[in-house]
Design a protein around this ligand. Sequence first.
Ligand code: C5J
Length: 229
Amino acid sequence: MTTIAAQPYEYELPEDLQCCALVIIDMQRDFLELGGFGDALGNDVTRLQAIVPTVKQLLEAFRQFNLPIIHTLECHKPDLSDCPPAKLNRGKSSLKIGDAGPMGRILIDGEPGNQIIPELTPLPGEIVLTKPGKGAFCRTDLELQLHRKGITHLLFTGVTTEVCVQTTMREANDRGFECLLIEDATDSYFPEFKTATIEMLRAQGGIIGWTTTADEVISVLSPVLSTKV
Ligand code: C5J
């Protein structure tokens, strides 16, 4: 059995590593660049840019060994029919969802600011999931896609730790997936929220799942997979 050193205890990998997917949550210009949704809400977006090299390293490792990769994007239809008023009107943002910003309409599917950042552009064959909610299972067919591919283990990265990453991890846990958060491949506009999220996910014996680092994942996967190629 292959295990990854994790908190609160070791994370067991499935025998068939094709059952293991890397999930990259919302690494979009809207959250990482000036002029996007995160910036409009008054956040310091530069904080999130620091994780890009680590997420890229994991992405390249999963690509090298042909393991499943899922990218998510938080976005809405141009007519906003999938954006409830509770979401649209919340907060004191300088620009609301759907308003025209410097990178196109804020958080709208297909707009320049809504794209995944160039460093992490998905390749053909990788799942790209658009989602109107914070959680990736809300009003999407993600669960169906995972079951069809036999994916049972989800390794989480992306932004923001306490919002879309945590929400998706909780949804996945409730659906029976084994969830591992890669701590240095996720971040928040609020460092204290990231710390608290990590603690609450792995509290009570891993009530939502496990946490580890990118080096642990890569150092375990690389030798195992190198023997199989
Ligand atoms: C937020 C996200 N924070 N991707 N979205 O609104 O976490």
